[in-house]
Design a protein around this ligand. Sequence first.
Ligand code: SF4
Length: 338
Amino acid sequence: MNAAQPILQIKDLYKRFNISGDFLDQLKFEGGKIVRKQEHVHAINGVSFDVMPGEALCVVGESGCGKSTVARTVMGLLKPSGGSIHYKGDRIDSLSDRALLPYRQKMQMIFQNPYASLNPRKTINQTLEEPVRFHNPQMSNTEVADKVKEVMFDVGIDPSWGVRFPHEFSGGQRQRISIARALTLDPEFVVADEPISALDVSIQAQVLNLMMKAQEEHNLTYLFITHDLSVVEHFGTRVAVMYLGTLCELAPTKTLFATPKHPYTQALLSAIPRLEDNAPSHIRLQGEVPTPVNLPSGCVFHGRCPHANERCKVEIPELIACDDGSKVACHGIEEGRL
Ligand code: SF4
């Protein structure tokens, strides 16, 4: 793979969840007759982006915008309803579980909740040894134990504590162990789904620093899912902003924070508490986030956007490239009125 080739490519990705229930639940009485109706949650709607080697691409947006669904679909935990996912040029979204195994070794995930993601019945040694043995059956017991000690040391957990169970650790220590589990297989690409949001604020910075250290030492690429923009500012190489399952803006982190272009990005950034005098005043969006069951026509943000016009109500905006390296999906920007 040459340096300019993306490690991950997501093209026109869709994910729908059928929420119609069983056959009888789908029958509705309308206009004097019984009709069968199916309903879907449109969680991801035509999202495309690349992740470049060595970067930390942060995906941000309100809860329910589809960012965690993107993470789970990339990891093969959910099958996409449309579109494609390529890892180092190989299409992986349609592979069977068995064919996906070599990629799973190189692609690891850190989950949001360190309490739920560790098996309470297994010691830390057992939890960390399991994936090493599974993917490297040729390794001896001593080699496996050495590998586990090495990653525990890397994440700041005393290797002698490996005989303990998860309940004997604090939340921050458990998330360190989750990071250690991701590192045991020497991954190239790590998907982190809100890895610090379940932790105390005082511990969040430690875990973030650990992830940045691991990125440097292990040459990792991150897809980092978060709703916390202040984290993104320090951690991300680029930022992808999602709203209602669509990508609004994709930009280098500094550019996004200095000159946010999409009206939704501007509103999101204006909500970050700041001490500076020249901080932008808080933009209050009107209305509620529409339901992903009945997506609005045209731009999905048009019902809340102060700059919406007639075109916005009917035509879906495409991502267009701007001179400063950012990409934005907005008719107002394309028309030069924003
Ligand atoms: Fe607002 Fe229209 Fe741009 Fe959507 S496309 S963000 S409605 S101006």
